[in-house]
Design a protein around this ligand. Structure first.
Ligand code: SAM
Length: 229
């Protein structure tokens, strides 16, 4: 049996680069002390920052941090005991270019200043099938317009990877309706997309998250969208 949540929460508090600010501050409309300070206070350099939203165990955050020591990565999730795994690996391997933030994505602008982020990854996000308007689906064009565009640099990329045909179709339709610059759209990453992308993107797409491996084992296809904002 795995470690209990309590033990994980206690251990998280001892790790460098794990941030769990009180959610009430963001709910009350207060900016985090981290906002605009990630380079200076957390990473101590001015290298580009990629954020993984809904990072779960943090496989993309850690996988990318290992591959790109010249960039910085922040995994965000509301459940700290989930990203405990990524934070633990990061701590054990001495990875200094990865950090984890516990908060709700709805408040992401309280934690990052305009232009502070260069790329966003949304990995296996909940499809929210009943959310017709897209106000809860964190991949939706509404989240891009109202939140992500406020933290990402102009020309930055947003990557969406999912097992869900519904999430993929709804997200793609929303991006098309909004006139976003869609660079890649595929409903079969391993069947076709990886054969037509540059090596660097293929390398990134081959990082597999916990949920992704489960879905692959069940024989599902993986979907991917990339937009430039
Ligand atoms: C289906 S899991 C995917 C986790 C991971 N990306 C993976 O592929 O294994 C969705 C994750 O998003 C997180 N999440 C969902 N909605 C969120 C929100 N509004 N704010 C922060 N985290 C959220 C959940 O806690 C969960 O860890």
């Amino acid at each position: 049996m795995g470690k209990g949540k309590l033990v994980k929460w206690q251990e998280l508090a001892t790790f460098d680069r794990v941030f769990e600010p009180p959610l009430e501050e963001a709910v009350a409309g207060k900016d985090s002390a981290l906002r605009g300070r990630w380079h200076a206070e957390v990473f101590g350099d001015d290298r580009p920052i990629t954020v993984e939203l809904g990072c779960g165990k943090g496989e993309y955050t850690i996988g990318q941090a290992r591959r790109f020591p010249d960039r910085n990565f922040v995994g965000v999730d509301i459940k700290g005991h989930r990203f405990w795994r990524g934070a633990k690996i990061s701590n054990e391997e001495g990875i200094t270019n990865a950090a984890f933030l516990r908060t709700r994505i709805e408040f992401i602008e309280r934690y990052f200043a305009p232009g502070e982020v260069e790329e966003i990854w949304l990995t296996f996000s909940d499809p929210q099938p009943k959310d017709e308007k897209g106000t809860k689906r964190i991949t939706s064009e509404i989240f891009v317009e109202q939140r992500y565009k406020n933290i990402i640099k102009p020309g930055g990329r947003i990557h969406v990877k999912s097992d869900s045909p519904l999430l993929y179709e709804l997200t793609k339709e929303g991006y098309e309706r909004s006139g976003f610059d869609i660079r890649y759209a595929s409903d079969d990453v391993y069947g076709e997309l990886i054969h037509r992308v540059p090596d660097a993107l293929r390398d990134l797409l081959e990082i597999r998250t916990f949920y992704e491996q489960m879905w692959l084992d069940e024989g599902r296809k993986i979907h991917y969208l990339q937009i430039v904002v």
